[in-house]
Each structure stands twice: as structure tokens, then as C-alpha cells.
Design a protein around this ligand. Structure first.
Ligand SMILES: [Zn+2]
Length: 374
């Protein structure tokens, strides 16, 4: 675990800075990504993900790690799904087996460790439940860091592990998008660090580790990667990790990124289907509802442009699925793959099944990774 400088750079313009962290580009407002100055990436020995994938993460000081990291989650080579289409390989990454039941545990370790490196002892976050629960799970043992968690009323019951004196819940009697805005306002007014949401390189890198782990186990260059999206930070995180893997010849190509949303809250699908590079007012879902509770972002205006870019660059797509399609995918996961997925996690499989039905030729002899995020 060496201290190679980290270069933070803008994904939209030529701005870059060594070892100086920005949440957004100071020149153009774009998304800031990161790379090691030596551009050398290799997998190390270790039981936990942050130990093995240290080179791929925007972290520099192992002494500041919060949490050990996460143990490997199962990777399932689904013969039943393969028998239903022309793909060569269909693998399911079972992220429900993380400690709190979702992929957000990977995010929490990297995000909190980065804040610890920065010397931050109080921060603000907003969540539909999974992000805050993963952070809270670790913070119970790290009471020197305080978390202000903004939660819309309808998601309060989804916030778990909150019974610790260093965790303060701010109830917001409106929708998730309002909780998001109130959290930013509170952070600004009280001069408390905002965790950055989609714009956090650490959160995205943490989520991207699931892809790296799937490669480590299967040594497969996946042609397609399916994931349910809300802001899309998990998918952008996979793109950033895959870019590093390609640089050091671990993979030949970056997979086509396939983002799946539920039809009752699919603003990105609406924008993408009309070729829009940004979210217009008519794409925004004002009062989103749906069975996949973790992905109810009705207004992804700030996230979508960068996601659009990487999805287009990788010849990926945005797919909308119905409640019945999600339920059917969830049933398959529960009954045939031994994955106790929530509707959120099952949304990714529903997207794959829909794509397989509508684009059978595109999958011929291809390798597919579907991330069942929780
Ligand atoms: Zn820029």
C-alpha cells in the first residue's frame, strides 16, 4: 500500500490537479474522476475488497481505513438464463450477501475512509435508505465521525442501524429530491462537508469494486453490464474502474453499460429515448412512486449528462421495465438462483430479460454481467 499521488481530473474538460480533491470541476462544473499518477493498477492479496483493490481506489493512507472492507460476494454462472437466449455467458453478481444486504457497503468503506483521510469529522448525506444504512453500520464503531442524514418521510423505515449518538436523522416531509436539496442547503449553511452524492469519486469507486471482483473471479471480459440506476453513480463507478482495468490490459474493452429504471420513475430512459444529452423539464417525474424504492430519483438533472456520455461511448442503453417484469425477475432470482433480491436488485435482471427479448441478435456469443445490487 504505497502513497502514489492521485490525479483528480475533469471528465468534461482538461482540468486536473495532483492530490487536490474537488467534488466538481472548478473550471466547468463537470464530474471529477481520478487516476493514479503512475497509472499502474494491480490486484493485491487480501480477504477484503479494499485490500485487494487498493490501487484502483482514491485512497492513500491505509491507517485511515474505516471498516475492513467487504468479503467476496457470490458470482453465479446462470445456466437457466443462458438457456433462454443466445448469450455465451450470463453471470449474476449477488450483492445482497453484503453485511447490510446491498452493494452500498462497498461504497461506505471507501467514502468514510476518504473523509477520514481528509480529517472530516461531520458530514451530510441524503438517501432512500441503503446508502445511509451502510454508512451507519460502520459509524456505530467510529463515533468520532458524525453523520447528518436527510431522509424523506416515506423512506424513514428503510434507514437502519441509526441508533448511535453520532447519527442525526433529519426528517423531510416531502419526496427524495427535496431531501437531497435540503441536505445541500443544510451543509452550506452550517459549513458541514456534504458527502457529494453522485459527485463523490470515493462512493463511485467503492461501488465499482463489484465489477472488479466479478472479473477477478471469472477472468471474463464482459460485453454487457446491467445495473438498476437512480442517480447512476454505480454505473459511472464501474466505467471508471473498467477504464483503469483496460489501461493495464486486464480487459480488452469496457462493457456496454446498460442502465435499468422502473417505468414509474424512468426520467433517464425518457431523455435517452429521444436522444437528449440532458434532462429537460418534461423528463422529470415530480412525485415518483414504484416498488423499487431505492431508485426513486425523479430529477436526475445533475447526474444524467455524464452518465449519458459514458453510456453512449460504450454503446450501452437505458431500459425501462414494468412492475410485473420486476416481480417476475425477483421470483426467478429467489426460486432459481438462490438470491433473495429486493425489487431494486431484481430491476437489473428485468432489464436484461427485456433486452434479451427485444435484441436477441445483440447478445449472440456475448458475455453478460448483471449486478443484483441488493
Ligand atoms: Zn471541467
Amino acid at each position: 500500500m504505497t502513497k502514489v499521488p492521485i490525479i483528480y481530473y475533469c471528465m468534461d474538460c482538461s482540468f486536473s490537479a495532483e492530490n487536490k480533491h474537488f467534488k466538481r470541476c472548478p473550471r466547468c462544473g463537470g464530474v471529477i474522476s481520478y487516476e493514479r499518477a503512475d497509472n499502474q493498477y494491480r490486484i493485491r492479496q487480501g480477504k477484503y475488497d479494499v485490500e485487494r483493490y487498493w490501487d484502483f481506489l482514491p485512497l492513500q493512507d491505509p491507517r485511515k481505513l474505516i471498516g475492513h472492507g467487504n468479503e467476496r460476494t457470490p458470482l453465479i454462472d446462470s445456466q437457466e438464463l443462458k438457456s433462454k437466449c443466445s448469450a455465451n455467458k450470463i453471470m449474476l453478481k449477488d450483492e445482497t450477501k453484503n453485511y447490510t444486504g446491498t452493494s452500498k457497503d462497498r461504497m461506505a468503506v471507501v467514502a468514510l475512509s476518504q473523509m477520514n483521510e481528509f480529517g472530516i469529522n461531520s458530514f451530510v448525506v441524503s438517501s432512500t435508505g441503503n446508502v445511509a444504512s451502510s454508512l451507519a453500520f460502520l459509524l456505530k464503531k467510529h463515533r468520532n465521525i458524525e453523520m447528518h442524514c436527510f431522509a424523506a418521510e416515506e423512506f424513514i423505515s428503510r434507514h437502519r442501524f441509526m441508533d448511535s449518538p453520532n447519527i442525526i436523522i433529519h426528517r423531510v416531509s416531502s419526496k427524495y429530491d427535496s431531501a437531497l436539496k435540503k441536505a445541500f442547503k443544510f451543509a452550506n449553511e452550517n459549513n458541514i462537508y456534504h458527502d457529494g452524492g453522485y459527485f463523490s469519486v470515493a462512493k463511485r469507486a467503492g461501488l465499482g469494486m463489484a465489477f472488479l471482483e466479478a472479473w477477478e473471479e471469472s477472468k471474463t471480459t464482459f460485453d454487457f453490464y446491467f445495473q438498476a440506476v437512480s442517480s447512476g453513480m454505480g454505473v459511472l463507478g464501474v466505467y471508471e474502474i473498467a477504464t483503469k482495468m483496460k489501461k493495464c490490459s486486464m480487459i480488452d474493452s469496457i462493457p456496454s453499460l446498460m442502465c435499468v429504471q422502473q417505468s414509474t420513475c424512468d426520467p433517464m430512459v425518457r431523455a435517452f429515448s429521444t436522444g437528449e444529452k440532458r434532462i429537460l423539464p418534461e423528463h422529470i417525474i415530480k412525485n415518483p412512486v414504484g416498488i423499487a424504492k431505492a431508485i426513486l430519483t425523479g430529477d436526475p438533472t445533475v447526474c444524467y449528462p455524464s452518465l449519458y456520455k459514458v453510456v453512449s461511448d460504450t454503446h450501452g442503453s437505458f431500459i425501462s421495465v414494468s412492475e410485473n417484469e420486476i416481480k417476475s425477475a425477483q421470483k426467478h432470482l429467489n426460486n432459481s438462483e438462490n438470491i433473495m433480491a429486493t425489487p431494486d436488485g431484481a430491476t437489473a435482471l428485468a432489464g436484461f430479460l427485456k433486452y434479451a427479448e427485444t435484441h436477441p441478435d445483440q447478445l449472440k456469443n456475448k458475455s453478460v454481467l448483471i449486478n443484483i445490487t441488493g
